[in-house]
Design a protein around this ligand. Structure first.
Ligand SMILES: [Ca+2]
Ligand SMILES: [Ca+2]
Length: 223
């Protein structure tokens, strides 16, 4: 029986591992984005205002301090907002949508970094689906989430968001939003995102089915 359980556990582990390998997002690490701009060269859409009419409030940036994976990440320049000769606060929305390939659960992981004096009204990441019955969503507030202060040159904190009960064919949308970005007049005061991965995960019910069938296969093999 012990061998059967080990076999079943290995079967589940290998299925989970294969599901975790193929991220559903295109260029989740922003490696083909054009540094110093809002041009993603991918299905990512980055919309950001120019609070001081010169600098965008958020841009892709190729630098060790702005990337936790590869060379390029997303740089939140709240200091371009109100208080720096600007009349406006900094606002940006980064988004990518994909179609859910399977019925079940989905996990979004990404890295964030927040410097000590970053100042905004909102900075959050969300995963949203249009699943029938009002949709699903999970959100993390990155202004209050615990993370050691610093940029990606020194520290990266991984976050994880999850949706369960997604139907195949639903639209899954990743959002990263900043509103009310302002100059705090004290450096360092930036924030950063990188290394997004969106993966299908077998849910407890389907995991149990996988386990049962693996036990069944193991029993058949044992005979
Ligand atoms: Ca990257
Ligand atoms: Ca990655």
């Amino acid at each position: 029986m012990k061998n059967i359980i080990v076999t079943a556990a290995l079967a589940v582990a290998s299925l989970t591992a294969s599901a975790a390998q193929a991220s559903l997002l295109t260029d989740g690490s922003f490696e083909i984005a054009t540094g110093g701009s809002t041009t993603s060269n991918s299905p990512w859409i980055l919309a950001a205002n120019k609070p001081n009419n010169v600098d965008v409030a958020t841009q892709f940036q190729t630098a060790p301090w702005s990337s936790s994976d590869g060379n390029t990440g997303v740089w939140y320049k709240s200091f371009t907002g109100l208080g720096n000769g600007s009349n406006l606060t900094g606002t940006s929305i980064l988004t990518q949508s994909v179609v859910a390939p399977q019925t079940g659960g989905y996990i979004l992981t990404f890295d964030a970094a927040r410097e000590a004096n970053f100042l905004a009204d909102e900075w959050y990441v969300a995963i949203v689906s249009n699943t029938s019955g009002g949709g699903l969503q999970d959100t993390v507030d990155l202004l209050t989430a615990p993370m050691p202060p610093g940029n990606f040159g020194s520290v990266a904190t991984q976050f994880s968001l999850a949706l369960s009960g997604v139907d195949a064919g639903d639209t899954l949308s990743v959002f990263a939003v900043m509103t009310g970005g302002r100059n705090s007049n004290v450096n360092p005061q930036s924030a950063f995102l990188d290394n997004f991965d969106l993966n299908f995960v077998p849910e407890p019910a389907s995991m149990a089915l996988v386990l049962l069938s693996a036990v069944g296969i193991a029993l058949i093999r044992r005979r």
